[in-house]
Design a protein around this ligand. Sequence first.
Ligand code: GAR
Length: 196
Amino acid sequence: MKRVAILISGGGSNMLELLRDMAEGGYAEAVLVASNDPAAKGLEKAAAQGVPVAAVDHRPFGGDREAFEAVLTRKIDATRPDILCLAGFMRILTPGFIRRYEGRMLNIHPSLLPKYPGLHTHARALAAGDTEAGCTVHEVTAELDAGPLLGQARVPVLPGDTEDTLAARVLTLEHQLYPQVLRRFAAGDRTPVHLG
Ligand code: GAR
């Protein structure tokens, strides 16, 4: 059974779907949920499910990403994960961190990559007049939001959509896509999953 660590920064709804699917499918075990924000709501939710949690506040480190990551890495490595899932983890990672987990680190991003890497993806899709939006799971490599595609899900943009209504529609798809990709990845299959 694969050992999976999950990094979050916020509410952790994707993380909860991963926990649910791992428990249901029995193909992997969640060994850690960690956050850069001690107040992240997802930490309590993970702990309530009996998953070990850790918080490493990035703020005391100022801009020293390496020092922050050194502490985070110790927490992660202590749990010996086979796979690291970024699920709404909102810190830029250094090349050293990425190299350490390369080939076993996944990320979910709320756009149809390669469109809209970075932030404010839904606002940018609406401003561009796009007729479809979606989300992507990819392997994490040195270039931001650009690693090999592992899954993509598409939804229509509807007349009258706002950033919030579009984000909510995409999030529902994220919850379907990420567990399906993790199942495949844990089985050693990197064929992309396509939904919608
Ligand atoms: C999700 O929409 C995820 O795709 C996005 O943050 C949200 C986290 O929600 N991630 C990024 O923007 C990464 N750059 P959650 O905490 O409820 O899973």
